[in-house]
Design a protein around this ligand. Structure first.
Ligand code: TEU
Ligand code: CA
Length: 543
């Protein structure tokens, strides 16, 4: 496989609303991002994935776009974004944009026109169907945000289709004019010098609603090939598709370089592994660590050179990883570093979600009113109707709700965590006085410097980028250990994924003469004659 710049890159995701407020209206903005570029440069990242900053009524915080070629007033102006691209580029950082083209906002010009009449030129930009003979919804497809995927519009007596909120109508990708307009818009951004796209729910665009097919529709890969040729195909960019239903076989269809589709995808098997089959994230079950190891190992080995992995623990839809898979209390620092080590030595391109690099935690608001997220509110209503207790729902929201990731970034110990001088749009996590960027930068042993070291190591060692993966101790539920190897070297990564002391002996092939410790999360070096791993202890040896 020909080497690509994005294989040795590390991506940092910015959720604009919560990153940094520059004009003190309580909402993060583009100038706020520019003011923190030196911080990101210090961390060592190569790419910023910018969650949507386009014009939007913000019913889903920007994933409901009303104009793809304009910036939301609260985030800034087109000049600001041009400056962000330039300023980032001075620091060798590329900006990749969020491409949300499965749906638009209901306030997009296309939809406003489409609604007007059955013969409006934009009617067929969206998916409209008559009620059934009994006057009911066309079929029983459900929205991912709960409730039917169809909303009746009295004006013309038809239903329109939306896989998310009713204010996010789905575009009709069967319409060539729609596709051409999307490709034009993508070229508009590419011409500005963006480094690529993260493609929101891209596996849903080839839906066939009458056959009740939503994900992975038959024409999906034909459409992606068409998009590739019409837009980024001849440019050296990073493209990553969000694909909840991908298996390794499917991942290869997207990311095999010979197929000319995308660079890589986000798969979610390691995330949904502890979700309920019916109620999903709002009815979590205990994690089966052996299964978890199997899933990660499967993705590491099955793509071979016919595809490329993305590596991530968190994003704006997911809980904070230290709360989810580590210990947000006593061992917060150790477990956050262990999780970082585990992920960053895997094969693939790592993504860091804002705040992860300082070990930000989940938040526990007592009152439902303090939550902003549309998904949280919709599922609260639905699940209470289905018999969930208020207590159980709050527990599930505390564990898996999307606002865990969306509380403002904790920059320092001053009011509002230094995010803004006014009350932020979403409450700050009360632990900001002990967990914040300022403290992290002052402490040589902070989680921040651990991430910085992991990123630097990736730049120094091709083995981390390209080496083969092999899982060790498959049947051990407490230790996640693996080897990366190439023709010259081996890298041994050992992680205690529990808060207990676990007996462990280094394998024979490691000797003090042939190996070098390259990272650890306890200040003292693990001894060669080590007998135990301490809680969440992790380290890596280059052999
Ligand atoms: O997410 C896709 C998506 O399906 C998530 O909403 C996810 O399924 C859900 O959290 C699981 O319960 C993307 C964006 O990342 C998300 O922020 C948007 O809300 C969504 O698409 C619609 O654009
Ligand atoms: Ca602002």
């Amino acid at each position: 496989m020909e080497k690509k710049w994005w294989q040795s890159s590390v991506v940092y995701q910015i959720y604009p609303r919560s990153f940094k407020d520059s004009n003190n209206d309580g909402i993060g903005d583009i100038n706020g991002m520019i003011s923190k570029l030196d911080y990101l440069d210090d961390l060592g990242i190569d790419v910023i994935w910018l969650s949507p900053v386009y014009s939007s009524p913000m019913c889903d915080n920007g994933y409901d776009i009303s104009n793809y070629r304009d910036i939301a007033d609260e985030y800034g102006t087109m000049d600001d974004i041009d400056r962000l691209i330039q300023e980032a580029s001075k620091r060798n950082i590329k900006i990749i944009m969020d491409l949300v083209v499965n749906h638009t906002s209901d306030e997009h010009f296309w939809f406003k026109e489409s609604r007007k009449s059955k013969d409006n030129p934009y009617r067929d930009y969206y998916i409209w169907r008559d009620p059934t003979d009994d006057g009911l919804v066309p079929n029983d497809i459900d929205s991912i945000f709960s409730g039917p995927a169809w909303t009746f519009d009295e004006l013309t007596g038809q239903y329109y289709f939306h896989l998310f909120d009713r204010r996010q109508p789905d575009l009709n990708w069967e319409n060539k004019e729609v596709r051409d307009k999307i490709y034009d818009m993508m070229n508009f951004w590419l011409d500005k010098g963006v480094g690529g796209f993260r493609m929101d729910v891209i596996d849903l665009i080839a839906k066939e609603v009458d056959r009740k097919i939503t994900g992975n529709g038959p024409r999906l890969h034909t459409l992606l090939k068409e998009m590739n040729i019409a837009t980024f195909g001849d440019r050296d960019v990073l493209t990553v598709g969000e694909t909840w239903g991908a298996t390794p076989e499917i991942a290869k269809m997207y990311s095999d370089p010979k197929r000319n589709e995308l660079s890589m995808i986000f798969q979610f098997e390691h995330i949904t592994i502890d979700w309920d089959e019916v109620y999903g994230k709002f009815k979590p079950k205990p994690l089966d660590m052996l299964e978890f190891k199997k899933v990660i190992s499967k993705w590491q080995t099955e793509l071979t050179d016919e595809g490329w992995n993305s590596l991530f623990w968190s994003n704006h839809d997911l809980p904070r990883i230290v709360s989810k898979r580590g210990d947000e209390g006593l061992y917060r620092v150790e477990s956050a570093k262990m999780l970082a080590t585990l992920l960053h030595f895997l094969k693939g391109t790592p993504y860091i979600f804002q705040g992860e690099e300082i070990g930000m935690t989940n938040v526990k608001f007592d009152s439902l009113e303090d939550y902003d997220d549309i998904e949280t509110h919709n599922f609260y209503k639905k699940n209470i109707k289905d018999g969930f207790s208020h207590e159980d729902m709050m527990k599930a929201i505390w564990e898996n709700g999307r606002d865990n990731a969306r509380t403002p970034i904790q920059w320092d110990s001053t009011a509002n965590a230094g995010f803004s001088s006014t009350k932020p749009w979403l409450k700050v996590n009360p632990n900001y006085k002990t967990i914040n960027v300022e403290l992290a930068l002052e402490d040589d042993n902070s989680i921040f410097y651990h991430y910085k070291r992991l990123i630097a190591l990736r730049k120094e060692m091709d083995l981390i980028v390209y080496g083969d993966f092999q899982l060790l101790l498959e049947e051990d539920p407490s230790i996640f250990a693996y080897i990366r190897s190439d023709a010259e070297n081996k890298l041994l990564v050992v992680c205690n994924v529990t808060g207990n002391e676990i007996p462990f002996i280094l394998p024979d092939f490691i000797s003090p003469i042939n190996s070098r410790l390259i990272i650890t999360n306890y200040n003292d070096q693990p001894l060669k004659d080590i007998q135990n791993l301490r809680p969440y202890e992790s380290f890596a040896y280059l052999i």
